[in-house]
Design a binder for this molecule. Structure first.
Ligand code: ZN
Length: 256
C-alpha cells in the first residue's frame, strides 16, 4: 500500500474514455485510494452506482447537474430517492447553478437546486455544489437551506469574500486542476487564505486537466499534482496536504 494516501472527491468515472480498471489501478499507484464518482442525471447516476458496485473504495454522489435540471421531473425525483439509499452513495451532487451556459433556464435550475438540497437534508447527506457565474444566487440558496449542513463547493470559483463566508459557514472547498493554471490568481489567493481543514482534493476528470497535461483527458491519477500545488501555495509538505484533506473527505462523506 502507498504511504501517502489521497481521496479523489470529484470524478466522473462514467465518462472516462479509457478502460476503467486501468484508470483505477493507475490512480491507486499514485496513492489515490478512494474515489467519489459524481452523477449529472439519472443515466449517469445508474452507471456510477454499477461502477461503485464493481470496485472497492469507489463511492457515488447522485443528482442532477444544473445543465440537466430541465430533465428533472417528479418521476426523476422518485428515481433519485431510490438511489439515495444505496450503501455506496455518500452525497447528493453535483447540484447547483450554471448561469454561464444556461443549458437549463435559471428558474428551472434554482427549483432543481432547492429540491435536491431538500432531498439531501431529508437523508442527512452532504451536497456537492456546482456554481458557475452564479455566486449571488448560490449563496442565497445555501443560506436559506444549507446552513449547518455539510456543503462542498466543487471547483470553487468565488472571490476572497465569498470564500470567507463559506469558511464561516463551515463549508468545504473542492480544489482541482484550475489551481495549477498560470492565470489562477484569485484561486491561489483563496487557497492561501482558507484553512487546510476546509480543503478537499478533486480532479473533475475527464475535465479540467491540470498543468502540464492540459489538452489530455483528466484522470484521478493526477490528484498528487493538485496536492503539490496546494502544498507549494501553503508552504506545507505534500504529506501534510494528503493527510488533512483525506481526514476532511472522511469526515464530510462519512467514509471509513
Ligand atoms: Zn463535475
Amino acid at each position: 500500500m502507498h504511504i501517502i494516501q489521497f481521496v479523489e472527491t470529484h470524478a466522473h468515472l462514467d465518462m472516462m474514455k479509457r478502460e476503467l480498471k486501468e484508470v483505477i489501478v493507475d490512480a491507486r499507484q499514485k496513492g489515490v485510494d478512494k474515489i467519489i464518482t459524481i452523477g449529472v442525471d439519472i443515466e449517469s447516476c445508474k452507471k456510477n452506482i454499477s461502477i461503485a458496485e464493481r470496485f472497492d473504495n469507489i463511492y457515488t454522489a447522485i443528482g442532477f447537474h444544473p445543465h440537466d435540471s430541465k430533465k428533472m421531473k417528479e418521476e426523476e425525483i422518485l428515481l433519485l430517492e431510490e438511489m439515495v439509499a444505496h450503501p455506496k452513495n455518500v452525497a447528493i451532487g453535483e447540484i447547483g447553478l450554471d448561469f454561464y451556459y444556461n443549458h437549463s433556464a435559471p428558474q428551472v435550475q434554482k427549483k432543481a437546486f432547492r429540491r435536491q438540497i431538500d432531498l439531501a437534508n431529508k437523508y442527512n447527506l452532504p451536497i456537492i455544489i456546482h456554481d458557475r457565474d452564479a455566486h449571488e444566487d448560490t449563496i442565497k440558496i445555501l443560506a436559506e437551506k444549507a446552513r449547518g449542513r455539510r456543503v462542498v463547493l466543487h471547483c470553487f470559483s468565488g472571490d476572497i469574500n465569498m470564500a470567507k463566508w463559506c469558511v464561516e459557514e463551515g463549508f468545504y472547498f473542492g480544489i482541482g486542476g484550475v489551481v495549477t493554471f498560470k492565470n489562477a490568481h484569485t484561486l491561489s489567493k483563496v487557497v492561501q487564505e482558507i484553512p487546510l481543514k476546509s480543503i478537499l482534493l478533486e480532479t473533475d476528470a475527464p475535465f479540467l486537466t491540470p498543468h502540464p497535461y492540459r489538452g489530455k483527458p483528466n484522470e484521478p491519477k493526477y490528484i498528487p499534482i493538485i496536492a503539490e500545488k496546494i502544498a507549494q501555495i501553503k508552504g506545507k509538505s505534500v504529506r501534510e496536504i494528503a493527510q488533512i484533506t483525506t481526514e476532511n473527505a472522511h469526515q464530510v462523506f462519512g467514509l471509513s
